[in-house]
Design a protein around this ligand. Structure first.
Ligand code: 26Q
Length: 857
């Protein structure tokens, strides 16, 4: 019998005091929440009701909710320890978590009772929720994926640890002034953080610099290093209603007391204390580049800092889980790869490979061969991008000075690897050059992807088409050498945050018809297909969408002072600004619509609100220009008398997880228009689909699988397919072939050049136009015609509301595959050799803490 079905003994329930188990009936529970809330306000925050601010109320509630987690958290770790389970470490430089309060209440099943407890005290839960800062420790897709995976791993009962960096400043806050992006520091910790618990006792030491001593027959020593302390901050990660609480452990850098000793010794005490910042700067700020490598020394330090602290932590825990076995060194590590897995979120933590080798050899005394067998069996690497400019290549010189011992090990891994390649493919020097981990470019570099592939037993892409590109092109040589290593794991999103939390009305409507099993088994959404011709149901879908559109319209009115028409198509493109994502194609379509209205203001026009949102990397000139262009178009169009409000443009400033939660449920049309072969997967596409927006998109990334699931006739697919892109490039692409024959396109480009959209500085958009006309690396010109035709089709379909609603329903009903639970189940079975467990572990009210069991966090 699944534990979920067990009814807890009432005996226990009565005896429980509120802090851990909390009440039996909702009344008791509500009472006890109020009590705990007031206790925290009074004793933890030392505020009374009259002097407390909304931030205080938020903190008091967050701490109250956190108390619910404590018992479950401890029990989860007892459970893992008792069963000596395999533990997975998800190593990532980014965790884009967003807010925590509502998600935690939902996963614990206490949202309604918290809401009534607060309202009975005259407080608004919504207002409190709005006080929470986003934990924006990520750039975009890769970071948000890590956050969705944490939710799914906890929901699937896997003993997973997220390991990351506690940046003092997450992704910058985007401000728009005069149409341009400005960056402001993200002070997400300014009001404190009620969710985290610092665990000084698990502080680790991370080495930098110094020199290496090789003595024959002895362990290698890495000496004279500058050490930095890594202090762990734990945040609980609750599974969905299963009493599991995992952890995401984020490291913060602290200078050891020995830091800058030379100054201390010279009596330069103040200077020495100031200098501690040098070490502590390692975790100061998230690098804001998305899909773009930047070879900064501090970034390399961040990567090593995360890897070294996390691996030491995992090894420490492994050793304490095998008490008594650590008599024979060799034997004691035999179980390592059965008890631990390290999943590398892109190459950013790829130093895990040489670092694990170092720890096993230099610290634990293993021989190379045994250490290597452990290392590649334990590590697995996920690739998230094929853009050449995003691939990490670190100068050997930099590694030599910062991480000399790791460079040694990398060289030796490469040496042995190239011998293997030579044996497999004799007389193929070019292949040796192509596959080498150390690239003999004028300035020697370490190719981190090569290092990650060689040091892993599994390598995966994040959508079918992307995994095929990895095998056929980017890592072709490696695929030929290790065909069994390459896998696909199509991305997914958590249905908890991306439907239950952000779209409660749709969630209720679905549950009304098919029950609530979909929350954990998203496949069940396909049961909705029987309602495709049920007009009553379709009408309800339409009203939910209307309500969500109204809420977004209110947000836009309040924050930007723009009034939008809720009967217009809400056409949304939200994602990081990047040329390959082709926000410019969207802008060109806007210009076409404007010109059509101007040419014939009386002609019928299907009203649209085009919304664009996303951050540009601060140094990415072209991306910033795209933002400026869109904002200038908005200014012109929104005030044009001929347009008369039928077309509106809104730039969604500071797009982030929390804004996504408002925007996505309100979208009619989702723009997923990257050049085929460039977007590894996309995950925003899935969020829109799940919330009943229709997609206009290319056959790229996971769009391909979305089309497979729902059929192409429920999407607006357009543009060159991957093989056509390849053929066009091979034959020699000439953008003007597509421009001269297209009047609307020629006119739009002309207007970009002649200053129509920037009279005060007419040259502003010339470089955009010239780039499209002469280079157009991402083939916008080639796809323009098909895109505009597809947009025309969107209008026609939108004017038939039931047909549109039917398609919405089929989108929702077909989105089951894109649950991150499915993705994680595949990682578990096919990479980590683990089995997910949908059981519920006993709640605090059902079982007291076992006093004699160790809990090793
Ligand atoms: C590397 C070195 C130095 C500085 C920055 C970076 C860096 C940082 C972030 C390189 C790349 C990234 C982010 C990549 C990313 O977000 N990729 C996206 O991953 C998603 C999840 O798999 C996919 O859905 C997207 O298609 C992919 O673009």
């Amino acid at each position: 019998m699944a534990l979920a079905e067990r009814t807890p003994s009432t005996d226990f329930k009565r005896k429980q005091i509120s802090i851990t188990g909390i009440g039996t009936k909702d009344d008791n529970e509500e009472e006890s929440i109020k009590q705990q809330f007031n206790r925290h306000l009074h004793f933890t925050l030392v505020k009374d009701r009259s002097s407390a601010s909304n931030i205080d109320f938020f903190n008091a509630l967050a701490l109250t909710v956190r108390d619910y987690l404590s018992g479950r958290w401890l029990r989860t770790y007892q459970h893992y320890y008792r069963n000596d389970v395999k533990r997975i470490s998800y190593l990532s430089l980014e965790f884009y978590m967003g807010r925590t309060l509502k998600n935690t209440m939902i996963n614990l099943g206490i949202k309604d009772v918290c809401e009534s407890a607060m309202s009975s005290m005259g407080l608004s839960l919504n207002v409190m929720e709005d006080m929470e800062e986003d934990a924006g420790l990520g750039n975009g897709g890769l970071g948000r994926l890590a956050a969705c995976f944490l939710d799914s791993m906890a929901t699937l009962g896997l003993a997973a640890y997220g390991y990351g960096i506690r940046y003092d400043y997450g992704i910058f806050a985007q401000k728009i002034k005069d149409g341009q992006q400005y960056e402001e520091p993200d002070q997400w910790l300014k009001n404190g953080n009620p969710w985290e618990i610092v665990r000084h006792e698990y502080t680790q030491k991370v080495k930098f610099g110094g020199r290496v001593i090789h003595n024959k027959g002895e362990r290698v020593q890495w000496v004279d290093t500058q050490d930095v302390l890594a202090v762990p901050y734990d945040t609980p990660v609750p599974g969905y209603k299963n009493n599991v609480v995992n952890v995401v452990r984020l490291w913060s850098a602290r200078a050891p007391n020995s830091f800058s000793l030379e100054f201390f010794n010279d009596g330069e005490y103040i200077k020495a204390v100031f200098d501690r910042n040098l070490a502590e700067n390692i975790t100061r700020v998230l690098y804001p580049n998305d899909n773009m490598f930047e070879g900064k020394a501090l970034r390399l330090k961040q990567e090593y800092f995360l890897v070294s602290a996390s691996l030491q932590d995992a090894i420490r825990r492994y050793k304490s889980s095998q008490p008594g076995v650590f008599v024979c060194k060799r034997k004691s590590f035999e179980e390592f790869h059965n008890k631990l897995a390290f999943q590398l979120n892109d190459t950013h933590p790829a130093l895990a490979v040489p670092e694990l080798m170092r720890l096993l050899m230099d610290e634990e005394g293993l021989q190379w061969e045994q250490a290597w067998n452990i290392t590649y069996r334990t590590c697995a690497y996920t690739n998230h991008t094929v853009l050449p400019e995003a691939l990490e290549r670190w100068p050997v010189e930099l590694m030599e000075s910062l991480l000399p011992r790791l460079l040694d090990i990398i060289y030796y891994i490469n040496h042995l690897f190239l011998i293997e390649v030579k044996q497999r493919f004799p007389n193929d020097d070019d292949r040796l050059r192509r596959m080498s981990i150390v690239e003999e470019t004028p300035q020697k570099q370490v190719n981190m992807a090569h290092l990650a592939i060689v040091g892993s037993h599994a390598v995966n892409g994040v959508a079918k088409i992307h995994s095929e590109i990895l095998k056929r092109q980017v890592f072709k040589d490696f695929y030929e050498m290790f065909p069994g290593r390459f896998q696909n794991k199509t991305n997914g999103i958590t249905p908890r945050r991306w439907l239950l939390l952000c779209n409660p009305e749709l969630a209720d409507l679905i549950t009304e018809r098919i029950g609530d099993g979909w929350v954990k088994h998203l496949d069940q959404l396909k049961k909705l297909k029987v309602y495709v011709d049920d007009e009553g149901f379709l009408q309800k879908i339409i009203s939910v969408k209307e309500n969500n559109k109204r809420k977004l319209a209110d947000y836009i009115q309040k924050n930007y002072g723009v009034q939008v028409n809720c009967n217009s198509i809400f056409d949304v493109q939200v994602k990081r600004i990047h040329e390959y994502k082709r926000q410019l194609l969207n802008c060109l379509h806007v210009i076409v619509m404007l010109n059509r209205i101007k040419r014939n203001p009386g002609a019928p026009f299907t009203p649209r609100t085009v919304m664009l949102g996303g951050k540009a990397a601060p140094g990415y000139h072209m991306a910033k220009k795209i933002i400026k262009l869109f904002n200038n178009l908005a200014k012109k169009i929104n005030n044009d008398i001929d347009v008369g409000g039928r077309l509106k443009l809104v730039f969604l400033e500071n797009y982030r997880v929390t804004l996504a939660e408002i925007v996505i449920p309100a979208a009619d049309l989702s723009e997923q228009i990257s050049t085929a072969g460039t977007e590894a997967s996309g995950t925003g596409n899935m969020k829109f689909m799940l919330n009943g927006a229709l997609t206009i998109g290319t056959l790229d990334g996971a769009n391909v699988e979305m089309a497979e699931e729902m059929g192409e006739d429920n999407m607006f697919i357009f543009g060159l397919k991957l093989h056509e892109v390849e053929a066009l490039r091979k034959q020699g692409y000439n953008p003007s072939d597509f421009i001269t024959c297209n009047e609307e396109l020629s006119l739009a480009l002309e207007q970009l050049k002649d200053g129509t959209f920037c009279p005060e500085s007419p040259g502003m958009f010339q470089d955009i136009a010239n780039n499209l006309i002469h280079h157009d690396h991402y083939l916008l010109m080639a796809d323009f015609k098909a895109y505009v035709e597809s947009q025309d089709k969107v209008n026609a379909f939108y004017n038939d509301p039931y047909r549109w609603a039917r398609m919405c329903l089929l989108n929702i009903a077909s989105s089951g595959k894109f649950s991150a639970d499915r993705t994680i189940e595949e990682y578990a079975r096919e990479i980590w050799n683990m089995t997910p467990n949908y059981d519920v572990i006993p709640a605090p009210s059902e079982q007291p803490l076992a006093p004699s069991i160790g809990v090793d966090m």
